[in-house]
Ligand binder design. Structure first.
Ligand SMILES: Cc1cc2nc3c(=O)[nH]c(=O)nc-3n(C[C@H](O)[C@H](O)[C@H](O)COP(=O)(O)O)c2cc1C
Length: 171
């Protein structure tokens, strides 16, 4: 079964709610999917994901430095995922998901365009949009999985979900 790993940075739970909804959407299409805080994410596990979605809220017109560092660490790990998505909650400018997508593309990952941004706390219709993104990723992954010459199935990763507390910048 193809696997989607969703990694997020969320100071007050808004982006985490998006991540969980993306996972729910993918799982509803029979894709193995897990959400994890970037602090919990182990590179060895991410290496075997078939798709990666990365989310962060925006702070001071960009993503917070720990998330930037995390994405840079993926470069060194030579991850196999060739497909993914970027997302995040924001207040007024919402640069972080766009910056994440740029960085992912530099790693050779095809990123769904446009990125998914939700203002502040996602309401039901926003979460439906996140679920839709999860479903879209699943459809794309399944196509790849059944296409001739597709790569062998990869090892599943056991991961846990935990909300990040940044200690500052939240509200
Ligand atoms: C100190 C601070 C700085 C912020 N800077 C920005 C910003 O530059 N642009 C923006 O769109 N939102 C900004 N926000 C709003 C957050 O991105 C927004 O509250 C978001 O929903 C937080 O999501 P999270 O709970 O996933 O971290 C800022 C919020 C705080 C508290």
């Amino acid at each position: 079964m193809p696997k989607l790993v969703v990694v997020y940075l969320s100071t007050s739970g808004n982006t985490k709610a998006m991540a969980d909804a993306i996972v729910e959407g993918a799982q509803s299409r029979n894709i193995e999917a897990k959400a994890m805080n970037f602090n919990e994410a182990r590179i060895e596990e991410l290496k075997y994901a078939d798709a990666i979605a990365i989310g962060s809220s925006t702070f001071y017109y960009k993503m917070l430095p720990p998330m930037e560092k995390f994405i840079e660490s993926l470069e060194k790990a030579k991850i196999k995922a060739k497909f993914g998505a970027a997302f995040g909650s924001y207040g007024w400018s919402g640069e972080a998901p766009v910056m994440i997508a740029e960085k992912m593309r530099k790693l050779g990952i095809e990123v769904i365009d446009p990125v998914l941004r939700i203002q502040y706390q996602p309401v039901e219709k926003d979460l439906d949009e996140c679920k839709r993104l999860g479903k879209d990723i699943a459809v794309k992954l399944k196509k790849k999985d059944t296409s001739p010459g597709s790569e062998p199935k990869r090892k599943a990763a056991a991961v846990s979900v935990q909300e990040v507390r940044m200690g500052e910048g939240g509200h």
